[in-house]
Every structure is written in C-alpha cells, then in structure tokens.
Design a protein around this ligand. Structure first.
Ligand code: AMP
Length: 286
C-alpha cells in the first residue's frame, strides 16, 4: 500500500488503473478511521479492483464555532488501518493540494435541502462538503465512490450533485450504518464521550427504533413519529435534542403523511459532542 499527498500522483495512479482496464473504488474520509470506515473499504474491495482511501479534514465544512483544530488526527494509525483493510492507495493531501490558492473550483450548490437539519445546525457545512467531494471526484476521475448512510443527508446531496452533473461520471454507493452492539452508530466522535454519556448515547438509536416499530405497526403520521423520538431523547438527562424529523427518502424534505419510502433522522448534543443518526422506516406489516 502506498501513502501519497500529491494530487499529481493521485491522478497518475487513477490513470494507470483505468489504462490497465481496472475499476477504481474511492472511499473519502476525514481520517480517525473506525469500523464504519472499514465497512466501506470492504464493500469497495468486493466491488472494485483498486481501492483508494482519501484522508482529508476539510476546513470548508467546519463552521466558525466548530473546532477544526480539535478534530482527531492520527495518520500513522489510519495508514495501518488501511493497510490491514487491504487498501491499495491512501491519498492524504494538504489543504493546498486540494484547494490551491487562486484556483477557480466548482462550487456545487446544496440548494434548499442543504439548509435543513445538519445544514441548519452547521451553516455552510454542505457547501463545504460538496465542494471538496466535487474536487476529489475531479482529481480521481470516473470511479465508484462509497459513502455511509450514517450521514444520510450528505449521501443524498452527493447523489443529487452527481445526478445533476453527468460529466463527473461517478457511481455513488450508499453503505449501511455500522453500529456498536447496543445500537450506537460508530463515529469518530464517540471516543470523546464520557462513560455515562456513552451509556446514554444509545437514546438516538432507541428513538429511531421506536419510530420504526410504530411505522411497522401502521403509524403513517410523521408528526407522531417525531413526537415519539423527541420524547425518547428528551427523557435522557445528559442529552439535548437538536432535531428529530421524518423525511421523504427521495427528496429529504420533511413529510407529514408517510406514503412511500421515508427516513427518520435525529441529532442530539452532549455538552462537548454532537451525534447524528437515522433509519429508513419500514413498510407497515401486512
Ligand atoms: P467521515 O470520516 O466522518 O467523513 O466519514 C467518512 C465516510 O464514512 C462517510 O461516508 C461516512 O458516512 C462513513 N461513515 C462514518 N461512520 C459510519 C458508520 N458508522 N457506518 C458506515 N459508514 C460510516
């Protein structure tokens, strides 16, 4: 496995891979790799010939109030994890490689959905996400790109960007959320939870599964499911609910009445850590 920083080397690797008739799988990350990332890498290995992991903590997607400097970074550990997972190439570029000063780069607009939920909590976040993802896609060129359903709104916006810009020639693969045994979605942020916080962090998954059970039992009123989730998270002492919502899975817009694929989404805050999670709601049992 090679670890590179240069964009030119990344381009050369992608070019050689395609010239040899091999497919390329791209797994974009911000490092601090965990089993969730590893599951994306495994999927990419199953479906493509050469797997590239990018490690880039994108300054554009952090708000002013968010501490970019505090984001966990450990390149040696991440490289070892990639090696173990069978990655072919790690591209860990500098900010200058990705966003050269003076370069006029595409700035895909996240649109209305970009201002909802995570976008409302983190203004400018999705504009930053789409700009870096577009840039990575430009450099790597036509390939399969693997994203986690854990960040469902991000996955939705990346899919829509690719659908609207045929020249990107990417295939986006959404991968299921990997969870701890008690249901907590794996996340780099979990490591910052205290012991009692960690125990209470299951409230996000509990809220989602409760909403899913009600949906399975036939509840079609999105507002009822939202209330169920808000109650569960609201009853957890160390956590503050940020939002709970039910969205149309095809548009990511909030819905009142469920009459097709719908997704429950939640975000909650501990004093120092903000967590998000989501679940596709089941169809009612016949
Ligand atoms: P990040 O490093 O947080 O930007 O995440 C990189 C990719 O890993 C994104 O596509 C995430 O959605 C995905 N990811 C993060 N956590 C998980 C998880 N628990 N299960 C599956 N994918 C995940």
């Amino acid at each position: 496995m090679r670890v590179i920083t240069s964009k030119a080397e990344m381009k050369a690797f992608a070019r050689q891979t395609r010239a040899a008739g091999r497919s390329l799988g791209l797994v974009p990350t911000m490092g601090a790799l965990h089993e969730g990332h590893a599951s994306l890498i495994r999927r990419a290995r199953e479906e493509t010939d050469r797997v590239v992991v990018t490690i880039f903590v994108n300054p554009l997607q952090f708000g002013e109030a968010e501490d970019l400097a505090r984001y966990p970074r450990d390149e040696a550990r991440d490289a070892a994890a990639c090696e173990t997972a069978g990655v072919d190439l790690v591209w860990a570029p500098t900010v200058e490689e990705v966003f050269p000063l003076g370069a006029s780069l595409a700035r895909p607009a996240p649109g209305r959905v970009g201002d909802l939920y995570e976008g409302a909590a983190r203004p400018g976040h999705f504009a930053g996400v789409l700009q870096v993802v577009h840039r990575l896609f430009d450099v790597v060129g036509p390939s399969m790109a693997y994203f986690g359903e854990k960040d469902a709104q991000q996955l939705f916006l990346v899919r829509r960007m690719v659908a609207e810009e045929a020249s990107l020639r990417m295939r986006i693969v959404g991968c299921p959320t990997l969870r701890e045994p008690d249901g907590l979605a794996r996340s780099s942020r979990n490591a910052s939870l205290g012991a009692e916080e960690r125990t209470q962090a299951t409230c996000l998954f509990l809220a989602l599964t409760e909403a899913a059970e009600r949906a399975r039992a036939g509840e079609r009123d999105g507002n009822v499911l939202v209330a169920v989730m808000a109650r569960e998270i609201g009853a957890t002492p160390l956590v503050k609910l940020d939002y709970a919502a039910v969205v149309d899975d095809a548009t990511f817009e909030p819905i009142g009445r469920i009459d097709g694929p719908a997704r429950a989404i939640v975000a909650a805050r501990f004093p120092e850590v903000r967590l998000i999670d989501n679940l596709l709601l089941p169809e009612p049992d016949a």
